[in-house]
Write a protein that binds this ligand. Structure first.
Ligand code: MN
Length: 263
């Protein structure tokens, strides 16, 4: 894994997917941003597994929650071997249980310790995502960015029900309030998303430190004009910081090369 607060290009060794071999180019970056004193985001980028988590809670509890989420899914991936929708949901549920237990048993922690978690497994030609919270997974195809996940936030639900416009949402006082997160209750409802992939696609996982600050059209332009996932990741983080960097910023960029690389 690349060191925290840096971007590293990573070319994965080939592995056998469902129908063919594919190599991916991967970069992951996390940055504290301009206004926070700590980084409560965490990520995991170890092909074919990818995840981002955005922790919340006082006294560094958010940092503990996001790291616990990432550590748990890593460990579970080694145990499970499989990567069905049921496996991914079980991994996220296990992370939830551990954070819930830790928040109840550790006296130093404030009770409301939580985190988002977006976990992705890429098995070309498809990817599977298990998701809770307002971190995001996008697919970038033919110059267009499409959000694969739904935000589990008060504001996103008001938009979905037709009670709030996208423009109003940007300034809504409850724009950071989540309706679902790990660590809030013993039981957790986990979304599962499956997407068919094509050569030339890129996938982007990010926390809201990117998506609530950098416009979609700007993210598209950066992905389109970067020579590598590492360059894209660095430019996305720089863009969020240029817009004030109000929150921690984490991005994971996965590129499926357009052409098969020579063996
Ligand atoms: Mn955040």
């Amino acid at each position: 894994m690349p060191p925290a607060d840096s971007c590293a290009d990573k070319v994965d060794s080939r592995w056998s997917g469902r129908s063919e071999f594919v190599a991916m180019r991967v970069a992951a970056c996390t940055d504290r941003g301009q206004r926070r004193s700590t980084n409560e985001d965490a990520y995991w980028a170890d092909p074919p597994w990818f995840a981002v988590a955005d922790g919340m809670g006082g006294h560094r509890a958010g940092e503990v929650a996001s790291r616990l989420a990432i550590e748990t899914v890593k460990e579970q991936a080694l145990l499970h071997r499989g990567a069905t929708a049921r496996d991914l949901v079980a991994m996220v549920e296990e992370a939830n249980r551990r954070i819930w237990e830790a928040s109840r048993t550790e006296p130093d922690f404030v009770r409301r310790m939580g985190t988002t978690l977006t976990l992705m497994h890429v098995e070309f030609p498809r990817c599977l995502i298990a998701h809770v919270g307002d971190s995001r997974a996008y697919v970038f195809r033919n110059g267009r960015l499409r959000q694969l996940t739904s935000d589990h936030s008060v504001v996103a639900e008001l938009i979905r029900s037709g009670n709030l416009s996208e423009d109003e949402a940007a300034f809504h006082p409850q724009r950071n309030v989540l309706t679902r997160a790990l660590g809030m209750a013993e039981e957790l409802d986990v979304d599962v998303i499956q997407e068919q992939l094509f050569r030339g696609d890129s996938l982007l996982l990010c926390t809201d430190g990117l998506s609530s600050v950098v416009e979609k059209s700007r993210i598209e332009a950066i992905l389109e004009h970067s020579m590598s996932p590492a360059e894209a990741g660095e430019r996305l983080v720089a863009e969020a910081n240029a817009k004030g960097g109000p929150d921690n910023i984490t991005v994971v960029v996965v590129e499926i090369p357009a052409h098969e690389e020579p063996a």
